[in-house]
Design a binder for this molecule. Structure first.
Ligand code: NDP
Ligand code: HSE
Length: 395
């Protein structure tokens, strides 16, 4: 039997215990017999059956020779880093859902794991329960991936869907997403796009083999999206999604921003907490990955699948990582696209001419325009000379 410790008994950590308790027999038949020996948390759970396995001192776990895997579901990049490092240095594999830590210290922790004959795995850090990291590492191993484009944050997709379908208020839906356990401890990370940005940085690092810093990626969240935007989107037959993307066609470009998604895109119908990711590669062409991007059991399932791998392939290096060398990104302003622009009626005619508008939607006091295709830099130059511009959203 492989003894497992869970660091952090919150939404995901309690899910890890539930998944192992429920499906231990099945996993045993498939080659790994997992049992949760300890749970580490700063909180007390006196009324929870877990209380007999709860410890407060990480060293009790690290110094127990029976422990072979830690599931780190604490979050943050301070204690989680310190404890993960300690575990790996003892040869204990660590499986995590913590994208903040994977993005910041993944390369180092994977190196430490390698040096100590264990693994640092992070399937749940991107796309919640969607098996995307393993797919890139294994199923797409003969592919040259040149583009990843998709919805990588469940909270914001949940908010945008409810705003779109029910005209719901941003703050109310965010509260719901928090109650459902989807949001980050500080939900600014979700709504300002930082969480999706960290996830695309992890994917870009995995594909390129070099570290992509999330702070190098141009990122815009969803806080400025309002009900009027959804009205225009509907007229255009579009939905609005927070899209994270990276493109390797000429160097590496990456960006996170809200975008209008046309009805013919498979991402248009990705709703609620679900994530959807389109991967383009040279042999396979397009493939798409879809599933719950956040939430207790979906995310926990991905953490436990990693724990299974660590036990089943004990002593072997599982998966691939990236080096600590930083990958320099291209100017995101050189990426081409179309732009939806809202402009006061007084400036609409001039804006339509300058931007080569292909669609013009007249509202009472303002006009919505769809620009011709151009680079982001070109667009911003043109926009700076216009008057009455309210906002723009990318296509
Ligand atoms: P929670 O806040 O629900 O759970 C974290 C738990 O760890 C809390 O009980 C927390 O206690 C405890 N904890 C924090 N610091 C320490 C510490 N130093 N020592 C011991 N225990 C500690 O978070 P989630 O389960 O939602 O998320 C965990 C991680 O998984 C995060 O990195 C998150 O980004 C990631 N993730 C979350 C998903 C989700 O759907 N929720 C999906 C995918 C990834 P306290 O509350 O007192 O701080
Ligand atoms: N807050 C994150 C989300 C959790 O909503 O996608 C999953 O990583």
């Amino acid at each position: 039997m492989a003894e497992v410790a869970v660091f952090g008994y919150g939404t995901v950590g309690s899910g890890v215990v539930e998944v192992i308790d429920n499906n231990a027999e099945l996993m045993k038949q498939r080659g790994a017999d997992l049992h949760v020996k300890y749970v580490l948390d700063i909180r007390d759970f006196s009324d929870d059956p877990i209380s007999s396995r709860l410890v407060k001192d990480v060293d009790v776990i690290i110094n127990d020779p029976e422990i072979s895997v830690v599931c780190e579901t604490m979050g943050g990049a301070t204690f989680a880093y310190e404890y993960s490092k300690k575990a790996l240095e003892k040869g204990i594999s660590v499986c995590t859902s913590n994208k903040e830590l994977v993005e910041a210290k993944g390369a180092e922790l994977m190196e430490i794991a390698k040096a100590h004959g264990c693994n640092y795995l992070f399937e749940a850090s991107v796309g919640g329960g969607i098996p995307l990291i393993r797919t890139i590492n294994e199923a797409l191993t003969a592919e040259r991936i040149d583009r990843i484009y998709g919805i990588l944050n469940g909270t914001t997709n949940y908010i945008l869907t409810k705003m779109d379908e029910n005209g719901a208020d941003f703050a109310d839906v965010l509260k719901e997403a928090q109650e459902l356990g989807y949001a980050e401890k500080d939900p600014t990370a979700d709504v300002e796009g930082h969480d999706a940005c960290r996830k695309i940085a992890i994917l870009a690092s995995l594909v390129s083999g070099k570290k992509v810093n999330w702070t190098d990626i141009e990122t815009e969240g969803i806080t400025k999206i309002d009900t009027e935007d959804f009205k225009y989107a509907k007229e255009l037959g579009c939905s609005i999604k927070l899209i994270a993307m990276c493109d390797f066609n000429d160097g590496c470009s990456a960006m996170v921003s809200p975008r209008l998604i046309t009805a013919d895109s498979p991402l248009n119908s990705v709703k609620g907490v679900f994530n959807g990711v389109l991967v383009h590669s040279d042999m396979l062409d397009d493939s798409m990955y879809y599933g719950r991007g956040a939430g207790k059991l979906a995310t926990a399932s991905a953490v436990v699948a990693d724990a299974f791998e660590c036990v089943h392939f004990a002593g072997k290096e599982v998966g691939r990582g990236w080096s600590s060398e930083t990958l320099k990104l291209c100017d995101p302003g050189e990426m081409k696209g179309r732009f939806f622009v809202r402009v006061e009626n007084t400036g609409a005619e001039e804006a339509a001419k300058v931007l080569g508008a292909t669609e013009i939607l007249k509202h009472e006091k303002e006009t919505g325009l769809v620009s011709a295709e151009m680079t982001g830099n070109d667009f911003k130059n043109k926009l700076s000379g216009l008057s009455g511009v309210i906002k723009f959203i990318r296509f």
